[in-house]
Structures are given as C-alpha cells and as structure tokens.
Design a protein around this ligand. Structure first.
Ligand SMILES: [Zn+2]
Ligand SMILES: [Zn+2]
Length: 378
C-alpha cells in the first residue's frame, strides 16, 4: 500500500524534496506511477524567475508513466481513441486541461487550440493551496493524479520511455508545419526540397531539424554552440553546421547563410535560440517571400531594436507559436514512432537524474552541458 508520495518542489531559485499523502482516485480520475519527466527550457525559466508561476509547484509537464490505480470511468474514457486502459499500461498525456468556457475554448475549440485563457496545466499547479488538493500534479513526483478531462495516449510498443519523453519537444516545433500553408508547390510556404536555417542546436533546434527533414527539406543549415551540440545535430538532420565560435558576428552568420544559398537566402528560418537578437538575424537570412518562425523566445527577455521595414522589403511571413494544440500529440507520436530508425532519439537525452538531483539537471541545462535532461522519479 502506498501512503506517501515523494516529489520535487520548486520555489524561485531553489528546489526541495517533499512528501505528500497518496490520494485515492475519485470518479474519472487515475493515478500514474511516473517513469520519466523531461526538463524543459521553461522549467529553467521558471526556476530563474523569468516565467510567472504560482509557486511552489511540482514541475514536470513532459510526462511518461504507467497506469497505477484507476477508476472504471477513467480507464474507459481517458484514452484519446477511447481504448480502455489497464493497470500497468504505459501512457503519456497532454499537459493542459482546457477550461471549456473562455473565448478561445468556445471559438477555437478545446481540441484544436492551446490558447485557453484558464487552463489547468500539469507541472504549474500550486502545491499548497487548498483548492488544488491533493497537489501531486507535476511529473517530478513518484505518482501523479490525472484529473477528469486529461488527454491520454498509450505509448506504442517498441518505443522506450527515453524516446516517448521527447514527444513534447517535437510537438513544440509545429510552427514549421504551419509554414507549409498555403501553397508549397508555388513557393508560397515551406515545401518539399526547400532550404531551412535553424538557429540554435538545443533539443528544440534538433527537433525542428527532424521536422523539417521529415516534411521534405532538401538542406538544413544549423547555427549553434557549443561544438559538441552541433556534432549531435548532424545525426538529427543538420546537413551543414555553423559554429558560433567561428561565425561570431551577425554579419558573418548572415553572409555565410547567403553564400550557402547562392546569395538568395533560406526558404524558411526557424529561431530556436531563446536569444532575442537572433530574430533580426533570422529576418536577414530568409529569402524574399520566405518564412521566419519564432519558436525559441519562450520567455520575456525584453525588447530589442528591430526595423519593421526589413519585413516589408523582404515580403516575409513571420509565424509566432505558443506551444501546440492537443492533437499535435496525436500526429507527432506517430512521427516519433515512424522515425525511430532514422534518428537516434535516445542520444538526445544526455542527463537522467533522480528526484533529489532535479536542481543538477537545471544547472546542466543552463551551462549547456546537457542536450535534454529528464527526471526519473521512482
Ligand atoms: Zn516543455
Ligand atoms: Zn479556456
């Protein structure tokens, strides 16, 4: 009989391990025994105080676990395809439960939008307030309670936890697929045979390269640092890598991208850096009528000088993207499964640490010592 649940609790700038009462699941609820939970760039941002969070929280929104204790109603309804779930089934779930009543839920739909104004989000729930009892709503915990309305997927046979935990990172690059609209074969929008520049060789940059390749990119040029990350990127679809140590000014980087694209520029440039000054560089690297997608700016680092004339002069389309709608998980779980032989996903996960070492995973991320890190709670 489990009676207590150990979890890593985050405060601004510090973590501690605490224990909570193990709750009995109620109608439409399910308890998951956690296998693994990813460390996301946003976890670092919230630890550093750059993301507004209702502290303290049990972090962890990129979650993989197994059904541990479930009610009849949850096991028959919670899986997205309506397949019944049994104790021991390996699952993952979309981290938001939409409110269903805000403007975006009403008009964009809870299955198609990530824009809900008032979502319940695993990994971001205050773990002291009475209204959020029993509090174990983040993946950096031995067990997690899944609330009614959670969208759950069964993990395909043959896909190990270390790959399944990367699904959310892949899903976060969906803006590249959005850039396929409207008419790829008329050179409007990103299409088969195009050249893509990706700024940033972290996990999001690598997944952006994977997505670009799977969608038909002829050539992926990746800019990043340190060099070991670029080396890994070569196994994830980067055809050419440009080191920030060699190309250490914006002018040098833009000139090299231009040279590699016969003076034209790239069809699509994806900023996956999280450094605001990368955006004006992206604009200069894109060809006329090309696309710039902004995936990296996941927290507010403040404004930068920018000349809007450059967007007009170059006739660019810019796509900003906030996270992904739930059904991106459906498509991307298939993409992950169907490309497991093509990309060595397991290699992306360089750090796997236990609960009480969660803070080490954040430090490794900050120092660029890790590619992707994950917590193994039990
Ligand atoms: Zn994330
Ligand atoms: Zn809503």
């Amino acid at each position: 009989m489990v009676s207590r649940v150990r979890a890593a609790v985050m405060y601004p700038g510090r973590m501690e391990t605490r224990s909570f009462d193990y709750p009995a699941p109620e109608e439409d609820e399910m308890i998951v025994k956690m296998h693994m939970s990813g460390v996301c760039g946003s976890d670092k941002h919230q630890f550093d105080g750059h993301l507004k969070v209702d502290f303290p929280v049990i972090p962890g929104h990129e979650n993989v676990g197994e059904v541990f204790e479930t009610t009849e109603s949850a096991s028959s309804r919670m899986e997205v395809h309506g397949e019944p779930l049994q104790k021991g089934d390996r699952i993952l779930w979309y981290p938001d439960i939409s409110c269903g009543t805000c403007h975006y839920c009403r008009f964009l739909g809870t299955w198609h939008s990530a824009q809900c104004e008032n979502p319940f989000t695993y990994g971001y729930v205050n773990c002291e307030k009475e209204e959020f009892r029993p509090w174990i709503f983040g993946g950096w915990s031995e067990y997690t309670l899944l609330r009614p309305g959670t969208r759950v997927w069964r993990i395909p046979d043959g896909m190990v936890d270390e790959v399944a935990v990367l699904l959310d990172t892949l899903a976060s690059t969906r803006a590249i697929a959005r850039a396929q609209m409207p008419y790829p074969n008329q050179k409007e929008g990103f299409g088969y045979g195009d050249t893509v520049v990706i700024q940033g060789a972290g996990p999001v940059g690598l997944m952006a390269a994977v997505r670009a390749k799977v969608l038909g990119a002829e050539s992926v040029i990746m800019l990043g640092a340190p060099d070991w990350r670029l080396k890994v990127a070569e196994e994830f679809g980067a055809d050419v890598t440009l080191s920030l140590e060699t190309y250490d000014t914006p002018e040098a980087r833009i000139a090299e991208v231009k040279r590699l694209t016969k003076g034209i520029g790239a069809d699509l440039v994806a900023d996956c850096t999280g450094i605001p000054s990368a955006f004006p560089e992206a604009v200069e690297m894109a060809r006329k009528s090309g696309y710039v997608v902004e995936i990296g700016a996941y927290t507010d680092y403040g404004p930068i000088p920018f000349n809007p004339w450059r967007l007009v002069d170059r006739d660019l389309t810019v796509i900003g993207q906030f996270y992904c709608p739930p059904m991106q998980y459906e498509a991307d779980l298939k993409m992950l499964k169907n490309t497991m032989d093509r990309f060595p996903y397991r290699k992306m996960l360089t750090h796997i640490v236990p609960l009480d070492k969660a803070v080490d995973a954040i430090s490794a991320h900050r120092a660029l010592r890790s590619m992707k890190a994950a917590i193994t709670p039990s």
